[in-house]
Unconditional design. Structure first.
Length: 293
């Protein structure tokens, strides 16, 4: 499978018809229609119905859509999958994962739901949410347990609650958990997606947090409000200066290679193979997002 890359992933509450109708018009790279934390217990069944209708309506036909199901501890997972696994669904987000065995159990349910919907086994991808210290300590084993793995993400609100602390504006309490999730995702060859920024009226704080996440190795970030999408997309898209530097590095290094040189200086900086590969990847990302390189 080709591994997709998402800069922005917007959560859409599954019990809000107007939000479900508006979502396909928004500039998110992917959407997560939510059946879990944003939906009260008494509205879970209605949310399943609304999400299924939204998927079958064709409104998301040209977009990438996942559904965040309720975790195994809720007892709702199989009912969620029975309702929302339909043609056109890209995958599911599995929250609050703490053991590899949970992943395997969800994958068995997914195979059952795919068969029930007439989809080939293995069609759907899986995003995994790490939301507790227990899950963080097993994150590599959890990631390796899924044959469908799409992404790893950290759920900061639940994680800090389970850690016995709270989120701070500067985020020191999340630095190590984020770094570990990003490292494991990179090691497994999947995308690391950064946690939500809860204050959608604070674009400066969002940008600051997104820039740190990118520096840690995250490829994108979850959003909870449409106004967060443009800043997130901007942070995770190579800017003009990056593209200029990357193009200069690639052209100079490839010319040096043709002359039998293994490293060169570009703009006063030494350039060897890893720096060249990073520059080449930057140009590939630019093409993916429709930029001129």
């Amino acid at each position: 499978m080709n591994m997709p890359i998402f800069r922005s992933v917007l959560y859409v509450p599954g019990n809000r018809p107007r939000m479900l109708a508006k979502a396909p018009t928004l500039p998110a790279d992917a959407f997560v229609l939510d059946l879990e934390d944003s939906v009260p217990p008494e509205e879970k069944a209605e949310a399943r119905r609304l999400v299924r209708e939204a998927l079958l309506s064709g409104a998301f036909a040209s977009r990438t859509v996942l559904v965040r199901i309720n975790g195994l501890a809720s007892g709702l997972t199989q009912d969620d999958l029975a309702a929302v696994v339909v043609d056109g669904l890209f995958g599911v987000d599995v929250p609050k994962v703490e053991t590899p065995e949970e992943v395997q159990e969800v994958e068995e349910m997914l195979a059952w739901a795919e068969g029930r919907a007439g989809l080939p086994r293995g069609t759907l991808r899986v995003g995994i949410g790490i939301e507790s210290p227990a899950g963080l300590l097993r994150v590599e084993a959890i990631g390796r347990a899924s044959r469908r793995l799409l992404s790893l993400g950290l759920g900061a609100e639940d994680f800090t609650f389970n850690l016995g602390t709270q989120r701070s504006p500067t985020g020191e309490e999340l630095f190590f958990p984020k770094a570990l999730v990003a490292l494991v995702a990179r090691a497994l060859g999947v995308q690391a997606l950064d946690t939500i920024y809860p204050d959608f009226r604070d674009p400066e704080g969002l940008i600051r947090e997104a820039k740190l996440a990118r520096q840690l190795g995250f490829g994108g970030k979850y959003a909870i409000h449409p106004d967060q999408l443009e800043p997130i997309n901007r942070v995770f898209t190579p800017d003009e200066a990056e593209l200029r530097w990357a193009k200069e590095v690639v052209e100079a290094y490839e010319a040096a290679q043709r002359s039998g040189l293994g490293s060169i200086a570009v703009g006063g900086r030494m350039v060897d193979r890893p720096i060249y590969e990073r520059a080449r990847r930057t140009l590939e990302l630019a093409v993916r997002w429709g930029l001129t390189v």
